[in-house]
Design a protein around this ligand. Structure first.
Ligand SMILES: C[S@@+](CC[C@H](N)C(=O)[O-])C[C@H]1O[C@@H](n2cnc3c(N)ncnc32)[C@H](O)[C@@H]1O
Length: 314
């Protein structure tokens, strides 16, 4: 991991005001003068397991032009539900910085990491705004950004992070660096993608404080008309390394630009219009783990052998 500071960003924008992410170009426009710093109903949090944000969220410097970025309502809900002011929030695949903007607004200590330096430049650009904080808002906390790899968070101490809120690429659905950046998970074939997500999950487990939460948004795809359940495999990877599943939230998708099938003639399949937001918890010493066994790794020996009768519940 290599620190990429606000000063590094200022040095970059002296020579260029544009970066390339995937197939698109993003213009750097900081410093910004936003008009709004929170959503229209700032105190309303999600209470059910289906989340849907048709308006997407445009307050502060949030913008939809980082391909595949997540709605700011997602990190906002996670931060408000699972952390306190000053707590450390990590997004180790930070992209255009949505999570960090919410950290800045909500007074959380933000750590953002991305393998693609251009992504980190975009994130720093969107953090470049001043605002008059109402007196009842928590004070701002530091926000650090790094060019680095989610599989090796060497500058993040073990057991240090209060919340992970992150949104990986879904295998090759959006190519973030078109093969230019080594280690970009979006360039990998599915089998290698899962193997590498396992390394990311192990690092997430290491850096998180015991008992704290790791939220990860993952979507699925379709190949040769059939459903490819990427999210279910990622769920399995996170359970395999030792996380406990706390929530499985269905996040509805509104923009057809982000749906991943190409219509070819007759519509012989359903458009995928949802993603999974898994919220995992790192076990702590106080946990009586057998109590959570049905929300943890599924052991093959918990399945019945041929002809075996189920044991009656006592
Ligand atoms: C879906 S985007 C994240 C978008 C972000 N949530 C936002 O709102 O802007 C996924 C990001 O993961 C990054 N990425 C891919 N492989 C990575 C790796 N090995 N380590 C860290 N980041 C990686 C990509 O560069 C991309 O920016």
């Amino acid at each position: 991991m290599e620190l990429f500071s606000h000063e590094d960003y200022l040095a970059c924008v002296r020579t260029t005001r544009q970066v390339e992410i995937g197939e698109g170009k993003i213009t750097l426009k900081g410093p910004y003068r936003p008009q709004a710093f929170q959503p229209p109903a700032p105190d309303v949090l999600e209470t059910e397991t289906v989340w849907s944000f048709p308006d997407r969220g445009e307050w502060a410097t949030h913008s939809g032009n980082y391909r595949g970025n997540w709605s700011p309502y997602i990190p906002r809900n996670l931060i408000l539900r699972f952390t306190q002011p000053g707590d450390v929030v990590l997004d180790q695949m930070v992209g255009g910085g949505t999570t960090l903007i919410e950290c800045k607004l909500l007074g959380r200590t933000g750590i953002g990491v991305d393998i693609n330096r251009d992504a980190v430049i975009v994130a720093r650009d969107r953090l470049f705004f001043e605002h008059m904080r109402p007196p009842d808002w928590p004070p701002e906390s530091p926000i650090d950004t790094y060019v680095g790899d989610c599989r090796k968070l060497d500058k993040v101490p073990s057991n240090w992070v209060d919340l992970i809120a992150t949104h990986p690429p879904y295998a090759g659905i959006v190519l973030y660096s078109q093969g230019r950046v080594i280690g970009d998970l979006s360039s990998l074939k599915l089998r290698d993608y899962f193997a590498n997500m396992r390394l990311a999950a192990l690092e997430a487990l290491r850096v998180l404080k015991p008992g704290k939460h790791c939220a990860i948004l993952v979507g699925d795809t379709r190949r040769r008309l059939h459903y490819v359940p990427i999210s279910h495999r990622v769920l399995q990877v996170f359970l395999d390394v030792g996380f406990i599943l706390r929530e499985d939230i269905i996040k509805l998708q509104w923009k057809t630009k982000t749906t991943r099938e190409r219509w070819r003639g007759e519509r012989s399949f359903y458009k995928i219009a949802h993603e999974h937001l898994f919220i995992f918890r790192k076990p702590s010493e106080e946990d009586d783990l057998p109590e959570f066994k049905n929300s943890m790794k599924w052991w093959s020996n918990s399945l019945l052998e041929d002809g075996q009768e189920p044991t009656p519940r006592t």
